[in-house]
Design a protein around this ligand. Sequence first.
Ligand code: FES
Length: 274
Amino acid sequence: MTLHEHATPAEKVAAMGSLPAKVDVKAPLVSQEALTEGVFKLTAVAPSIALRAMPGQFVQVGVNRGGTLLRRPLGIAEADPATGHVSLIYRVAGKGTLALSQLKPGDEIKLLGPLGHGFSTKAKKPLLVGGGMGLSPLLYAAGYLLGHKTETDVLMGGRTEKELFWQQLFKECAKNIHLTTDDGSLGTKGFVTTILPELLKENGYDLVIACGPEIMMKNVAKVCKEHDVPCEVSLERRMGCGLGACLSCSIDTVSGRRKVCKDGPVFPAEEVFF
Ligand code: FES
């Protein structure tokens, strides 16, 4: 492949020939913004990851703090092969994410990925169901699927209206957005499972993809089973290596012991013991 002067990052990566499934790269930040209190979106340049990332996969993010490299797994919220940009949305919840939130455009992070197995992308009419930071990988799923001519509906739940700032982010890439809040401050009062049965009955979804608090995914999986709709869930576990080597993320499933980082994080709901 001959590169022209204005080659995109994706073209530059393609020109290097085939790459391994995952890479460990230094990625300069192009932006960092606060979405709401304690929640940030950062975008970094990582063309070789942007080119390979599938919805539901994650990266191990490394940030230097006092000479120590802190690594943390984060789901991919956006990946654009054309620009080489990868975006991550995270809540500050410890030293690593605090250090991450203090970085400015031009600063570098380490990105190892894309890692794990993501969501199915073959469904014709998927419903994405999420809550909290679980909506981050679903955002990439909605954008990716739209780019591959599949429209998605989204059902999101939060405790209050404030937690559903996500609806602005999904506006560009989801067809219909359904909202629930525990206190009724926005959308239907209740949980996602308050309106899920009705949505499944009326819309003929052929797959439900759920990501969020475990109790939410457990209840979503139960409703899907009752309505005979396949369901995938994305599990979150404490991770060490992120590569299948340290066993810190092992879980028992109906098909035996599995590693969330390597065999997941996405599993068919019927395989998981909630
Ligand atoms: Fe090490 Fe999964 S994080 S095996």
